[in-house]
Every structure is written in C-alpha cells, then in structure tokens.
Design a binder for this molecule. Structure first.
Ligand code: TXE
Length: 479
C-alpha cells in the first residue's frame, strides 16, 4: 500500500514515531494509502528547517521568489490529470470538477501571487514640510498554514502562495482526510529545486500535528481554514504568544431569491450553489429564501431538477454529485437530516443514502431539499456542510433581510433580483463578508475573502493576503 511522506527541509521523511494513519477512498469505503501520523518531533524539525531557511529566502529578490512560484504553478499544470485524479479519489468529488476547478485554481493561486508580489508596494505619509513617514513591509518569519478537506489543494495553495511570495517560510498541513495532492505538491517542489526548508509539508491529525504547529514559539502567524470550533481552539492556543491569525471558518449562507430575478439563471445557479462539491463548500447557499409570489413554482422546478441529479462514481464524467468525504462527516450529515425531520421538516427529495452499483460501500447521500422549518431551528442555524438545503419564504424585503441575517455566521450571501436599488441596499445590509448578486462563486483573486461573526477573523486574497503575511513598520524621517 502506498505510503506518503512528510516533506521537511527539502527531503521526504517518515515520521519519527513511525506511526501511520489510514487514508480512505470515500467512494468505495476502503483504505488505499497511509500517511504520517506526525507528532511534536516532526513539527519541530519542520519549524527548525523553516527557521533556518528564512534569512536566505526573505533576502531573495522579489523576482526570484516570483520565479519559484511560477515554477511550482507550471509543475502542477504539467501533472494536472494526475493531481485531479488524486484529488477526486481522496475527497470523493467528481474528477471533472477537480480537473475544471480545483487543480486549475491551485495553478492560478501560485501564478496570481507570483505576479501580485511584483506589484505590492507600501504607503508613505508626508507631514507637510516637516517630515516623511514610510511603511516598510517585512515578512513575519515562519508561518503555519492549516487547511481543510473540502477544496484540498485549492485552499492549501491559497495560503501557501502568498506566504511564500512575501518572503516567509512555511510549515503547512493539509487535512488528514485529503492529504494526497499536498504530497504531490511536495514532489513538485522537489522537482523544481525549491530551496530546502522554504516550504515544509507535515501530515497528521489536527489535535497532534496541527496543535504543535499552532503553539510552537517560532511560528509567528497561523492561517487556518476549517470548522468554527477548531478555529476557536487555535485562537485560544495562539493568544498567549500573540501570534497573528487569519481564520476562515464556517458558514450558513442565505440564497435570497426575489420574484423579479432572471428565473432560469437563478434556477440553474441555485442547483450549483446548493450541491456543488456535495454541498461541502463554505460558500454554498444552504438556506434558500424565496419570495412568496414565486415559491410554489420554484419548489416544483427546483425539486424536479434536483431529483434528476446523478449521484455516484466520481470518475464518471456524467456524475453530478460524488461521495461524501469521510465516514464521520457522512454520519454527521445523516444525523442532521434526521434532526430536520424531528424538528418538523418535510423532505421534498433526497434525505437518504444511496449505494450506486460498484460503490456499495461508498459514502453517498442524495441531494436533499427540506421545507417547513423556522429559521430559528438547529437545522437552519448550524452548519451541515453537505448536500442539504432548506427552503423558506418571505413576503417583504425587511423579512428577507431579517431571515438572511439571523444566524451566528456571516461568510457569504447570494441575492437574486433585477432591481438595482434593492441590490445595492440589500447587499449593504447583509451580514456577510462576500455578497454575490445574480451569480455565485464568481471569484476574482484580487478581492478580499473572508467572513464576519462566527465565520472568521481577517481576510485573505489579493493585497489583503500580502498584508496579512507581512509586518508593517513605520519609519519617520525629519527633513
Ligand atoms: O474540520 P476541522 P473537520 C466545517 C464543517 C465540518 C466541520 C468539521 O461544518 O463539518 O467544520 O470539519 C486541522 N489544532 N468545515 O472536523 O477539524 C485539521 O487537521 C490545529 C468548514 O474536518 O476544522 C484540518 O487540517 N489544527 C470548512 C483542519 O484543521 C487542527 C471546511 C480543518 O479541520 C486542530 C472544513 C487543532 N486543534 C470543515 N483540529 C470551511 N469553512 O471551509 C483540527 N485541525
């Protein structure tokens, strides 16, 4: 059975304790590889390597660092099919999705930050004829990047690329549930001769590997994407040492549909925003709010289309919905479907597991639509993170806004309307870090990405990421 290794100081290394974790293919429910169960000693090695590499890496010219990032980007691009198949097998997502979105996006992340760093500059503030202030932006040192399983390489590279571009050295950990493309990335780094220690990839469990990565005193900042509870644990661990933190956490995003929208566009996009990647995207619109005037029509059309989605083999190009990432997560989603029924919800379609031919032990759940639940119930308040949406109605704009804003989360929101004034007004008043009007998940890598309330702290993307990974220093010079 294939065993992947840690990538520390430019070398592939087995964990000190020789401990290993099983890695599952969720579409067949079987272990297909093993990964290091790294502990404190492995993390210490990685941090020491990163610390050692920092002076040389941070002193390289921007152009040279940029070239390394471009080489990584090209290295992934050359092996795109291999990366996409690995992502699909590890995660359960359709291979076409990994080929079209996940891996190309990882390629663009490295390319984007390779270019962005060449355009990064800092401010100066003139004090009349008395003095001039200018801001120096210096890299932080060793930083930890911890990423989740839903968009494995996509989110891993979204953190690593800006961290490296700004001159930091990195210790990174992918989710233990989806480690394979991070391992392939370490192969690419080796192939392109990235200087040893600049990027170190350590595999293992969150409470072990991730924990040591967040408490190590030589780690200056942590960039984390994952569950809200984990984010809170990391924030508590990081606080005593005043580490800089960027936390991208969960969401319970509203998808608000007014009767004056472009109906067909809304309908096809809503299917995507509800069930893309098995609903396991923090930006999915899991609470659909529909204006009463078009509710009956919407329910009929939406249910009919969703019932026809093909669930099954991720490697089949006709599959719309692949496997759920892991057994514990699969059980969590099913338990929420049960909760929704207990809370009085009506299941319009889905609501159960399926066992496609040849994948009888796989983890598949039919896309599920639930109605008749108040916004206050747990099903509508807690993040399910699966192919499950609820649909509710509203009469007025005020009611829609109140329902949209009524959770502890505030990551993203989608708004469907042709009324320009309403689009501006409503977008302004939504509690969300990102608002899409008449579209969903249309991403421009330059824009700030992140949420409010329990959806996180800080922003990633574009110059926000470059600013996060640098420390500003003000220098005041008297004329
Ligand atoms: O994520 P975790 P889980 C949500 C979603 C899901 C829930 C839990 O609702 O059901 O979170 O998912 C590492 N110190 N999202 O348990 O645990 C872990 O190893 C340091 C939303 O899989 O947050 C992994 O690399 N690190 C989300 C990463 O944190 C720790 C995407 C994320 O894992 C750690 C995923 C610790 N103590 C889940 N504990 C989104 N917003 O995109 C775990 N980790």
């Amino acid at each position: 059975m294939k065993r992947i290794l840690n990538y520390i100081n430019g070398e592939f290394k087995a964990p000190h304790g020789n401990l290993w974790l099983d890695n599952y293919d969720p579409s067949v429910g079987e272990v297909y590889s093993q990964i290091p169960d790294s502990r404190e000693a492995d993390v210490s090695d990685a941090v020491a390597a990163a610390k050692n590499a920092f002076d040389a890496w941070s002193s390289l010219s921007t152009e040279k660092r940029s070239k390394y990032l471009l080489a990584i980007s090209e290295g992934i691009q050359k092996r795109l099919t291999e990366f996409a198949e690995a992502e699909s097998r590890d995660n359960g997502k359709p291979t076409w999705l990994a080929t079209k979105v996940d891996i190309p996006r990882a390629v663009s992340n490295f390319k984007f930050f390779a270019q962005a760093i060449t355009q990064f500059s800092s401010e100066s503030h003139a004090m009349g004829s008395m003095a001039i202030n200018y801001t120096l932006r210096k890299p932080l040192g060793v930083v930890s990047c911890i990423s989740p399983w839903n968009l494995p390489l996509y989110l891993f590279s979204w953190k690593i690329a800006p961290a490296l571009a700004t001159g930091n050295t990195v210790v990174a950990k992918p989710s233990e549930v989806t480690p394979m493309t991070a391992y392939l990335l370490s192969e690419v780094c080796k192939e392109i001769n990235l200087p040893p220690g600049v990027l170190n990839i350590v595999h293992g469990l969150g409470p072990n590997t991730g924990h040591f990565m967040s408490i190590h005193s030589d780690v200056k900042a942590i960039s984390f994407t994952g569950g809200t509870k984990t984010g809170s644990v990391i924030a508590q661990n990081a606080a005593p040492k005043f580490k800089k933190l960027s936390l991208e956490l969960g969401g319970k995003n509203p998808n608000i549909i007014f009767d004056d929208c472009d109906y067909e566009d809304m309908l096809s996009t809503t299917i995507r925003s509800s069930f893309a990647n098995q609903g396991q995207i923090c930006l999915c619109g899991s609470r659909i709010l529909v204006q009463e005037t078009i509710y009956e029509k919407f329910i009929k059309d939406f249910t009919a289309k969703v019932a026809k989605l093909k669930v099954g083999d991720p490697f089949d190009s006709k599959t719309n919905v692949g496997a759920i990432v892991s057994k514990p997560h699969y059980e969590k989603i099913l338990s929420y479907i049960k909760l929704a029924k207990d809370e009085g919800g009506t299941i319009l379609t889905g609501g159960k597991s399926v066992f496609p031919k040849g994948h009888e032990k796989g983890l598949f759940i039919r896309p599920t639509i639930i109605t008749d639940l108040p916004q206050t119930c747990r099903t509508n308040q807690e993040e399910i993170f699966g192919p499950v949406v609820t649909v509710d109605t509203f009469k007025t704009e005020e009611e829609a806004l109140e329902k949209a804003n009524c959770t502890e989360y505030g990551l993203s929101a989608t708004l469907w309307t042709s009324n320009l004034k309403r689009a501006h007004r409503f977008s302004r008043d939504l509690h969300a870090g990102i608002v899409w009007v008449n579209t969903w998940l249309l991403r421009d890598l330059r824009t700030p990405f992140g949420g409010v309330k329990n959806s996180g702290v800080g922003r990633e993307g574009g110059f926000e990421a470059l600013q996060f990974f640098t420390e500003p220093k003000n220098i005041c010079i008297k004329y």
